[in-house]
Design a protein. Structure first.
Length: 266
């Protein structure tokens, strides 16, 4: 015999009494559904809590990684600046006529004929990797005079390009067809005709450093060529906006022209 629960509703007024019957099966079913719903809600809340914790941990790790990357980049920049200062120290020693030591000769690092384009450093470098990177940076510093001659016009960017005396490089006069040599190791990124500099060559030395050689009578290299310090890349001329044979030599750091004398070893 099927069993029921009875629910009797007796109003306070004279309305008739109502009697509701609910079977045991329905009650058990409703209880099971309610219990399952509670369990589901608890599981969802627990899962959501874990997801929130993981998301917070991920944000924290991402923030820490960003700080580490920034700190590594800062250390790399300081290391590059230190090597640059060391190279300039060699220039001062040479100017004072002081004898260069064995360590100084290693710093110059201009005897290896193979040219390479440095790659971006990793977050962590071994001692050997650091030394190799230092050698590459020293090879990238345009310390060699591209021609032997007389400087007829110095670097002058005071007042900006609107000034008549604006000159983002150095002019070196020499005989026509004097060999023009690369000032440092690198890769040719431009070789052709320029309205201002005539036959010109641009070499990317890596580390944001590049050099331009303008007014050549003839270029000897093409885009993509790997160049070693001292390699002949063109012959001196007077092409473009030029009135006499000379080389227009520029040094650029991160696209901004700098005084070549900051880099050249006398």
């Amino acid at each position: 015999m099927k069993k029921y629960f009875s629910l009797i509703v007796a109003p306070h007024d004279n309305a008739s009494v109502r009697n509701f019957r609910i079977s045991y099966t329905a009650v058990y079913t409703l209880a099971a559904v309610a219990g399952l719903s509670v369990v589901t809600v608890v599981v969802l809340l627990a899962t959501l809590g874990r997801l929130v914790v993981k998301a917070h941990d991920a944000d924290r790790l991402a923030s820490e990684n960003a700080r580490l990357v920034a700190r590594t980049a800062q250390m790399d920049s300081l290391r590059s600046e230190l090597l640059h200062v060391q190279a300039l120290g060699l220039q001062i020693k040479t100017m004072l006529g002081l004898r260069l030591s064995t360590e100084d000769s290693v710093l110059v690092a201009n005897l290896t004929p193979g040219a390479q384009t440095p790659s971006a450093p990793g977050a962590f470098e071994s001692v050997d990797e650091t030394r190799e990177r230092q050698k590459l940076l020293l090879k990238a510093i345009p310390s060699m005079w591209p021609v032997t001659g007389y400087v007829t016009r110095e670097f002058d960017v005071a007042g900006g390009e609107i000034q008549q005396q604006y000159h983002p490089g150095m002019d070196i006069a020499a005989s026509r067809n004097t060999p023009v040599r690369a000032s440092a190791d690198g890769v040719v990124t431009a070789s052709g005709w320029d309205e201002t500099y005539g036959n010109s060559v641009i070499i990317d030395h890596g580390f944001g450093i590049s050099t331009l050689y303008g007014h050549n009578s003839r270029n000897l290299v093409k885009v993509g060529d790997r160049i070693a310090r001292g390699q002949t890349i063109a012959f001196l001329g007077s092409t473009g906006k030029s009135t006499a044979p000379h080389l227009h030599f520029e040094v650029r750091k991160d696209g901004v022209s700098e005084d070549p004398r900051k880099y050249l070893l006398d």
